[in-house]
Design a protein around this ligand. Sequence first.
Ligand code: SF4
Length: 360
Amino acid sequence: MKLIDRDKQDGTKPYVYDLSLEEWQEWIKLNGEPGFRAGQIFDWLYVKRISSFEEMSNLPKTLRDKLSQHFDFVTMTEVAKYASKDGTVKFLFELSDKNAIETVIMKHSYGNSVCVTTQVGCRIGCTFCASTLTGLKRNLTPGEIIAQVVKSQQLLDATGERVSSIVIMGIGEPFENYDAMMTFLKVMIHPKGLNIGQRHITVSTSGIVPNIYRFADEQTQVNLAISIHAPNDTLRSKLMPVNRRFPFAQLIEACQYYVAKTGRRITFEYALMGGVNDQPEHAEELAQVLKSFPMAHVNLIPVNFVTERDYVRTPRDDIFTFQRILERNKVNATIRREQGSDIAAACGQLRAKHMESGAR
Ligand code: SF4
Protein backbone atom coordinates (compact mmCIF):
# COMPACT_ATOMS: atom_id res chain seq x y z
CA MET A 1 0.00 0.00 0.00
CA LYS A 2 2.95 2.35 -0.40
CA LEU A 3 1.24 4.49 -3.05
CA ILE A 4 -1.86 4.88 -1.01
CA ASP A 5 0.18 5.88 2.03
CA ARG A 6 1.99 8.61 0.11
CA ASP A 7 -0.32 11.25 1.57
CA LYS A 8 0.91 10.39 5.04
CA GLN A 9 4.57 10.69 4.05
CA ASP A 10 4.97 13.90 2.09
CA GLY A 11 1.72 15.73 2.67
CA THR A 12 0.39 15.24 -0.85
CA LYS A 13 -2.33 12.89 -1.97
CA PRO A 14 -1.70 10.13 -4.50
CA TYR A 15 -3.27 10.54 -7.91
CA VAL A 16 -6.29 8.57 -9.04
CA TYR A 17 -4.20 7.23 -11.90
CA ASP A 18 -1.43 6.03 -9.58
CA LEU A 19 -3.21 2.74 -8.85
CA SER A 20 -3.50 -0.42 -10.92
CA LEU A 21 -6.85 -2.24 -10.83
CA GLU A 22 -5.46 -4.66 -8.25
CA GLU A 23 -4.45 -1.74 -6.04
CA TRP A 24 -7.92 -0.21 -6.39
CA GLN A 25 -9.41 -3.54 -5.35
CA GLU A 26 -7.18 -3.50 -2.29
CA TRP A 27 -8.12 0.08 -1.43
CA ILE A 28 -11.82 -0.62 -1.86
CA LYS A 29 -11.58 -3.66 0.41
CA LEU A 30 -9.67 -1.74 3.08
CA ASN A 31 -12.36 0.91 3.00
CA GLY A 32 -15.16 -1.63 3.51
CA GLU A 33 -16.76 -1.06 0.11
CA PRO A 34 -18.11 -3.84 -2.15
CA GLY A 35 -15.50 -5.24 -4.53
CA PHE A 36 -17.25 -4.21 -7.75
CA ARG A 37 -16.65 -0.54 -6.92
CA ALA A 38 -12.99 -0.89 -8.02
CA GLY A 39 -14.10 -1.83 -11.54
CA GLN A 40 -16.55 1.07 -11.60
CA ILE A 41 -13.81 3.54 -10.63
CA PHE A 42 -11.49 2.11 -13.28
CA ASP A 43 -14.25 2.41 -15.88
CA TRP A 44 -14.83 6.09 -15.04
CA LEU A 45 -11.11 6.80 -15.26
CA TYR A 46 -10.15 4.92 -18.42
CA VAL A 47 -13.27 4.20 -20.46
CA LYS A 48 -15.36 7.28 -19.74
CA ARG A 49 -12.25 9.36 -19.00
CA ILE A 50 -13.93 11.79 -16.62
CA SER A 51 -11.94 14.49 -14.80
CA SER A 52 -13.72 14.86 -11.44
CA PHE A 53 -15.13 12.68 -8.69
CA GLU A 54 -18.57 14.34 -9.03
CA GLU A 55 -18.93 12.77 -12.47
CA MET A 56 -18.72 9.24 -11.02
CA SER A 57 -22.50 9.16 -10.86
CA ASN A 58 -23.00 5.49 -10.05
CA LEU A 59 -20.89 5.74 -6.88
CA PRO A 60 -22.55 6.73 -3.60
CA LYS A 61 -21.78 10.26 -2.45
CA THR A 62 -20.05 8.93 0.66
CA LEU A 63 -17.56 7.04 -1.53
CA ARG A 64 -17.02 10.00 -3.86
CA ASP A 65 -16.28 12.16 -0.80
CA LYS A 66 -13.86 9.57 0.51
CA LEU A 67 -12.12 9.39 -2.85
CA SER A 68 -11.67 13.14 -2.99
CA GLN A 69 -10.28 13.15 0.56
CA HIS A 70 -7.66 10.57 -0.41
CA PHE A 71 -6.84 11.22 -4.07
CA ASP A 72 -6.27 14.00 -6.56
CA PHE A 73 -6.61 14.14 -10.32
CA VAL A 74 -3.33 14.90 -12.09
CA THR A 75 -2.95 18.57 -12.90
CA MET A 76 -1.34 18.94 -16.32
CA THR A 77 -1.52 22.46 -17.66
CA GLU A 78 -0.74 22.85 -21.34
CA VAL A 79 2.06 25.43 -21.49
CA ALA A 80 2.84 25.05 -25.17
CA LYS A 81 1.69 23.03 -28.13
CA TYR A 82 3.60 22.68 -31.39
CA ALA A 83 2.08 21.07 -34.46
CA SER A 84 4.33 19.81 -37.21
CA LYS A 85 3.53 19.73 -40.91
CA ASP A 86 3.65 15.93 -40.71
CA GLY A 87 0.86 15.75 -38.09
CA THR A 88 3.11 15.29 -35.06
CA VAL A 89 1.92 17.34 -32.09
CA LYS A 90 4.21 18.03 -29.20
CA PHE A 91 2.95 19.25 -25.85
CA LEU A 92 4.76 20.88 -23.01
CA PHE A 93 2.76 20.28 -19.83
CA GLU A 94 3.31 21.84 -16.44
CA LEU A 95 2.70 19.58 -13.44
CA SER A 96 1.29 20.70 -10.08
CA ASP A 97 4.81 21.39 -8.75
CA LYS A 98 5.53 23.55 -11.85
CA ASN A 99 7.94 21.06 -13.40
CA ALA A 100 7.55 20.76 -17.16
CA ILE A 101 7.33 17.54 -19.16
CA GLU A 102 6.91 16.71 -22.84
CA THR A 103 4.41 14.40 -24.51
CA VAL A 104 4.24 13.78 -28.25
CA ILE A 105 1.40 12.44 -30.38
CA MET A 106 2.64 11.06 -33.70
CA LYS A 107 0.41 10.25 -36.66
CA HIS A 108 1.31 7.11 -38.58
CA SER A 109 -0.45 5.34 -41.40
CA TYR A 110 -1.32 2.60 -38.87
CA GLY A 111 -2.66 4.92 -36.14
CA ASN A 112 -1.70 7.36 -33.41
CA SER A 113 1.32 6.77 -31.25
CA VAL A 114 2.05 8.59 -27.99
CA CYS A 115 5.57 9.13 -26.67
CA VAL A 116 5.58 9.56 -22.89
CA THR A 117 7.99 11.07 -20.38
CA THR A 118 8.88 9.06 -17.27
CA GLN A 119 11.10 11.46 -15.31
CA VAL A 120 11.53 15.21 -14.90
CA GLY A 121 14.96 15.47 -16.52
CA CYS A 122 17.39 12.57 -16.61
CA ARG A 123 20.63 11.70 -14.84
CA ILE A 124 21.98 9.32 -17.49
CA GLY A 125 23.96 12.02 -19.29
CA CYS A 126 23.89 10.81 -22.91
CA THR A 127 26.01 13.38 -24.70
CA PHE A 128 23.61 13.83 -27.63
CA CYS A 129 20.47 14.43 -25.56
CA ALA A 130 18.85 17.66 -24.40
CA SER A 131 16.83 15.95 -21.64
CA THR A 132 19.82 15.45 -19.43
CA LEU A 133 21.31 18.96 -19.62
CA THR A 134 20.07 19.94 -16.15
CA GLY A 135 20.12 16.49 -14.58
CA LEU A 136 17.29 14.64 -12.88
CA LYS A 137 14.74 16.56 -10.83
CA ARG A 138 12.47 13.71 -9.86
CA ASN A 139 10.67 10.58 -10.99
CA LEU A 140 7.14 10.87 -12.29
CA THR A 141 4.49 8.91 -10.42
CA PRO A 142 2.67 6.18 -12.38
CA GLY A 143 -0.32 8.52 -12.53
CA GLU A 144 1.69 11.31 -14.10
CA ILE A 145 2.86 8.93 -16.85
CA ILE A 146 -0.65 7.53 -17.35
CA ALA A 147 -2.16 11.04 -17.43
CA GLN A 148 -0.14 11.80 -20.57
CA VAL A 149 -1.87 8.98 -22.45
CA VAL A 150 -5.31 9.74 -21.00
CA LYS A 151 -4.91 13.39 -22.00
CA SER A 152 -3.80 12.37 -25.51
CA GLN A 153 -6.78 10.03 -25.79
CA GLN A 154 -9.14 12.80 -24.59
CA LEU A 155 -7.78 15.03 -27.36
CA LEU A 156 -8.23 12.27 -29.95
CA ASP A 157 -11.76 11.55 -28.70
CA ALA A 158 -12.83 14.78 -30.38
CA THR A 159 -12.18 13.23 -33.80
CA GLY A 160 -13.16 9.66 -32.90
CA GLU A 161 -9.54 8.44 -33.04
CA ARG A 162 -7.68 6.38 -30.53
CA VAL A 163 -4.19 5.93 -29.17
CA SER A 164 -3.08 2.75 -30.86
CA SER A 165 0.51 2.52 -29.73
CA ILE A 166 2.83 3.90 -27.06
CA VAL A 167 6.55 4.48 -26.95
CA ILE A 168 8.20 5.04 -23.58
CA MET A 169 10.98 7.12 -25.09
CA GLY A 170 10.32 10.64 -23.87
CA ILE A 171 12.31 12.47 -21.21
CA GLY A 172 13.92 10.16 -18.65
CA GLU A 173 15.22 6.63 -18.29
CA PRO A 174 12.17 4.39 -17.69
CA PHE A 175 14.26 1.61 -16.15
CA GLU A 176 15.35 4.03 -13.42
CA ASN A 177 11.67 4.57 -12.56
CA TYR A 178 10.90 0.90 -12.94
CA ASP A 179 8.00 0.34 -10.54
CA ALA A 180 6.10 3.37 -11.83
CA MET A 181 6.69 2.19 -15.39
CA MET A 182 5.32 -1.27 -14.57
CA THR A 183 2.15 0.19 -12.99
CA PHE A 184 1.81 2.37 -16.08
CA LEU A 185 2.06 -0.72 -18.31
CA LYS A 186 -0.49 -2.64 -16.23
CA VAL A 187 -3.06 0.12 -16.70
CA MET A 188 -2.28 0.57 -20.39
CA ILE A 189 -2.72 -3.09 -21.30
CA HIS A 190 -5.61 -4.00 -18.98
CA PRO A 191 -8.80 -4.77 -20.94
CA LYS A 192 -10.67 -2.62 -18.43
CA GLY A 193 -7.99 0.08 -18.62
CA LEU A 194 -6.85 1.67 -21.87
CA ASN A 195 -6.69 -1.78 -23.47
CA ILE A 196 -3.67 -1.16 -25.69
CA GLY A 197 -2.10 -4.29 -27.17
CA GLN A 198 1.17 -5.20 -25.44
CA ARG A 199 2.91 -5.57 -28.78
CA HIS A 200 1.94 -2.00 -29.58
CA ILE A 201 3.98 -0.67 -26.66
CA THR A 202 7.75 -0.18 -26.71
CA VAL A 203 9.98 0.68 -23.78
CA SER A 204 13.44 1.99 -24.48
CA THR A 205 16.39 1.86 -22.09
CA SER A 206 19.91 3.21 -22.20
CA GLY A 207 21.06 -0.10 -20.70
CA ILE A 208 20.22 -0.37 -16.99
CA VAL A 209 21.39 -3.97 -16.93
CA PRO A 210 19.76 -5.29 -13.70
CA ASN A 211 16.37 -4.08 -14.88
CA ILE A 212 16.79 -5.68 -18.31
CA TYR A 213 16.94 -9.01 -16.45
CA ARG A 214 13.97 -7.99 -14.33
CA PHE A 215 11.98 -6.98 -17.38
CA ALA A 216 12.81 -10.26 -19.14
CA ASP A 217 11.47 -12.13 -16.13
CA GLU A 218 8.18 -10.18 -16.20
CA GLN A 219 7.36 -12.16 -19.35
CA THR A 220 5.31 -9.39 -20.96
CA GLN A 221 4.76 -9.02 -24.70
CA VAL A 222 5.84 -5.36 -24.52
CA ASN A 223 8.65 -4.54 -26.98
CA LEU A 224 12.12 -3.70 -25.69
CA ALA A 225 14.44 -1.22 -27.39
CA ILE A 226 18.05 -0.75 -26.36
CA SER A 227 19.77 2.55 -27.06
CA ILE A 228 23.12 1.13 -28.11
CA HIS A 229 24.56 4.01 -30.21
CA ALA A 230 28.10 2.55 -30.42
CA PRO A 231 29.64 -0.79 -31.38
CA ASN A 232 32.19 -1.04 -28.55
CA ASP A 233 32.98 -0.15 -24.95
CA THR A 234 35.35 2.78 -25.57
CA LEU A 235 33.12 4.73 -27.90
CA ARG A 236 29.94 3.93 -25.97
CA SER A 237 31.49 5.20 -22.72
CA LYS A 238 32.32 8.47 -24.47
CA LEU A 239 28.78 8.92 -25.77
CA MET A 240 26.86 7.38 -22.88
CA PRO A 241 28.35 7.58 -19.38
CA VAL A 242 25.92 4.81 -18.31
CA ASN A 243 28.29 2.44 -20.13
CA ARG A 244 30.83 2.94 -17.35
CA ARG A 245 28.25 1.66 -14.84
CA PHE A 246 27.08 -1.19 -17.05
CA PRO A 247 29.81 -2.01 -19.59
CA PHE A 248 29.09 -3.09 -23.13
CA ALA A 249 29.72 -6.82 -22.56
CA GLN A 250 27.32 -6.87 -19.60
CA LEU A 251 24.69 -5.11 -21.69
CA ILE A 252 24.99 -7.59 -24.53
CA GLU A 253 24.81 -10.48 -22.07
CA ALA A 254 21.63 -9.05 -20.53
CA CYS A 255 20.14 -8.66 -24.02
CA GLN A 256 20.96 -12.28 -24.80
CA TYR A 257 19.24 -13.32 -21.58
CA TYR A 258 16.17 -11.29 -22.57
CA VAL A 259 15.95 -12.93 -25.99
CA ALA A 260 16.46 -16.43 -24.56
CA LYS A 261 13.89 -15.87 -21.82
CA THR A 262 11.17 -14.19 -23.87
CA GLY A 263 11.78 -15.41 -27.42
CA ARG A 264 11.23 -11.83 -28.50
CA ARG A 265 13.46 -9.70 -30.67
CA ILE A 266 15.16 -6.53 -29.46
CA THR A 267 15.33 -3.29 -31.40
CA PHE A 268 18.71 -1.61 -31.10
CA GLU A 269 18.50 2.15 -31.46
CA TYR A 270 21.56 3.70 -33.09
CA ALA A 271 21.73 7.51 -33.34
CA LEU A 272 24.14 8.39 -36.12
CA MET A 273 26.46 11.28 -35.29
CA GLY A 274 28.54 12.67 -38.11
CA GLY A 275 32.19 11.54 -37.92
CA VAL A 276 31.69 10.03 -34.46
CA ASN A 277 29.99 6.63 -34.76
CA ASP A 278 28.81 6.57 -38.38
CA GLN A 279 31.81 5.23 -40.27
CA PRO A 280 31.82 1.95 -42.24
CA GLU A 281 34.11 0.37 -39.63
CA HIS A 282 31.54 1.15 -36.94
CA ALA A 283 28.86 -0.56 -39.01
CA GLU A 284 31.09 -3.63 -39.50
CA GLU A 285 31.83 -3.82 -35.79
CA LEU A 286 28.18 -3.40 -34.84
CA ALA A 287 27.21 -6.16 -37.26
CA GLN A 288 29.71 -8.51 -35.60
CA VAL A 289 28.23 -7.77 -32.16
CA LEU A 290 24.62 -8.19 -33.28
CA LYS A 291 25.14 -11.26 -35.43
CA SER A 292 24.64 -13.35 -32.29
CA PHE A 293 21.02 -12.10 -32.14
CA PRO A 294 19.08 -14.03 -34.75
CA MET A 295 16.23 -11.51 -34.80
CA ALA A 296 18.08 -8.28 -34.05
CA HIS A 297 16.75 -5.16 -35.60
CA VAL A 298 18.68 -1.89 -35.82
CA ASN A 299 16.85 1.39 -35.99
CA LEU A 300 19.18 4.02 -37.45
CA ILE A 301 18.35 7.52 -36.24
CA PRO A 302 19.91 10.57 -37.88
CA VAL A 303 20.82 12.55 -34.75
CA ASN A 304 18.82 15.66 -33.97
CA PHE A 305 20.81 18.82 -33.65
CA VAL A 306 20.99 20.01 -30.03
CA THR A 307 22.19 23.60 -29.71
CA GLU A 308 24.25 22.85 -26.60
CA ARG A 309 26.00 19.88 -28.25
CA ASP A 310 28.47 19.75 -31.11
CA TYR A 311 27.17 16.81 -33.10
CA VAL A 312 26.42 17.13 -36.77
CA ARG A 313 24.22 15.02 -38.97
CA THR A 314 25.49 12.11 -40.96
CA PRO A 315 25.24 12.75 -44.71
CA ARG A 316 22.37 10.87 -46.34
CA ASP A 317 24.61 8.66 -48.47
CA ASP A 318 26.62 7.61 -45.43
CA ILE A 319 23.41 6.61 -43.63
CA PHE A 320 22.54 4.30 -46.54
CA THR A 321 26.10 2.90 -46.58
CA PHE A 322 25.81 2.13 -42.85
CA GLN A 323 22.50 0.38 -43.43
CA ARG A 324 23.87 -1.63 -46.36
CA ILE A 325 26.82 -2.90 -44.32
CA LEU A 326 24.50 -4.13 -41.57
CA GLU A 327 22.19 -5.84 -44.02
CA ARG A 328 25.06 -7.43 -45.91
CA ASN A 329 25.95 -9.00 -42.57
CA LYS A 330 22.36 -10.25 -42.17
CA VAL A 331 21.47 -7.66 -39.52
CA ASN A 332 18.12 -6.13 -40.30
CA ALA A 333 18.25 -2.30 -40.29
CA THR A 334 15.80 0.50 -40.97
CA ILE A 335 16.23 4.25 -41.03
CA ARG A 336 13.82 6.02 -38.72
CA ARG A 337 11.45 8.34 -40.45
CA GLU A 338 11.90 11.73 -38.88
CA GLN A 339 8.84 13.20 -37.30
CA GLY A 340 8.34 16.71 -36.02
CA SER A 341 11.86 17.94 -36.79
CA ASP A 342 10.36 21.34 -37.67
CA ILE A 343 9.00 21.70 -34.11
CA ALA A 344 12.04 20.67 -32.06
CA ALA A 345 10.38 17.36 -31.27
CA ALA A 346 13.55 15.58 -30.19
CA CYS A 347 13.44 14.48 -26.62
CA GLY A 348 13.93 17.33 -24.14
CA GLN A 349 14.39 20.16 -26.62
CA LEU A 350 11.15 21.97 -25.77
CA ARG A 351 11.65 21.61 -22.04
CA ALA A 352 15.21 22.91 -22.39
CA LYS A 353 13.91 25.97 -24.25
CA HIS A 354 11.19 26.46 -21.65
CA MET A 355 13.75 26.32 -18.82
CA GLU A 356 15.87 28.96 -20.51
CA SER A 357 13.00 31.33 -19.85
CA GLY A 358 13.37 30.72 -16.10
CA ALA A 359 10.77 27.94 -15.73
CA ARG A 360 11.54 24.58 -14.04
S1 SF4 B 1 18.73 9.61 -24.25
FE1 SF4 B 1 17.24 8.93 -22.69
S2 SF4 B 1 18.57 8.01 -21.11
FE2 SF4 B 1 19.93 9.24 -22.40
S3 SF4 B 1 20.03 11.23 -21.34
FE3 SF4 B 1 18.37 11.35 -22.87
S4 SF4 B 1 16.51 10.83 -21.74
FE4 SF4 B 1 18.24 10.14 -20.51
